[in-house]
Ligand binder design. Structure first.
Ligand SMILES: [Zn+2]
Length: 232
């Protein structure tokens, strides 16, 4: 009898997985896609209209504005373990980036901004690496997922001022596989999920420049139009 009940419970939990897998993680309506149609439409409405590249001083390309449904989707990907969301976001980022480029830079290597190993172990994945894999499926650029490593654990950035962020991130990165597998005649294209004050990117760029590795620019799924928006 106990065996029969256990079997029934196992089959029930299997059903639970199927039901959960077909729910939109943002609104819980049933869907066969990563998000339901309504939520996708809302995410796409967050795409920047017009220019998506800023020069400060390297090119920063962002797909969308860090707000509304896009902000919720990134949070769901990172904090609720919905890593399947990285695939469409990375594809959209790649398609938009390639559209804006006038010449396709074939000599780039994509390096995602790394998490500290403790943070990655806690989360189970690095969202920038997943986005990078998806981005490279479309762009066909080579990816060095561990090109850089985060050698110093940094305080959570959320409540820090732009100046404090800069200090917090100073010396946070080191060369990873780029130390031994330095792409010849290639520049690095950094990739992150969110670009806010640019403190993270600047810290990574400083390390690459110390080793005379050229940096082409940064691509990010979302960019806050101002720092205050990030805190909202
Ligand atoms: Zn939905």
């Amino acid at each position: 009898m106990r065996k029969a009940i256990n079997g029934w419970l196992r089959s029930l939990s299997g059903w639970g997985d199927i039901v959960l897998a077909s729910q939109c993680p943002l609104c819980q309506r049933s869907t066969s896609r990563e998000l339901c149609q309504d939520c996708w439409t809302q995410v796409r409405q967050c795409q920047w209209v017009g220019c998506q590249t800023w020069y400060e001083p390297l090119p920063v390309f962002a797909w969308g504005q860090y707000k509304g449904a896009l902000k919720r989707t990134i949070a769901t990907l990172k904090y609720d373990n919905h890593r399947q969301l990285a695939s469409p976001l990375g594809h959209w980022l790649a398609e938009a980036w390639m559209t804006e480029l006038t010449t396709h830079p074939r000599t780039l290597t994509v390096v995602p901004i790394p998490l500290h190993p403790n943070k990655q172990q806690e989360r189970g994945f690095n969202q920038a690496e997943l986005l990078g894999r998806s981005f490279c499926e479309i762009t066909r650029l080579p990816l060095q997922p561990h090109g850089l490593i985060r050698s110093r654990f940094t305080e959570a950035q959320f409540h820090l001022s732009p100046q404090a962020r800069e200090q917090n991130l100073s010396g946070a990165f080191e060369l990873g596989t780029l130390r031994h597998h330095r792409p010849r005649h290639h520049a690095v294209l950094l990739l992150d999920d969110i670009y806010t004050t640019g403190a993270t990117a600047r810290s990574a760029i400083r390390v690459l420049q110390q080793f005379h590795i050229p940096v082409y620019g940064i691509v990010a799924v979302a960019r806050a139009s101002n720092f205050k928006q990030f805190l909202d």
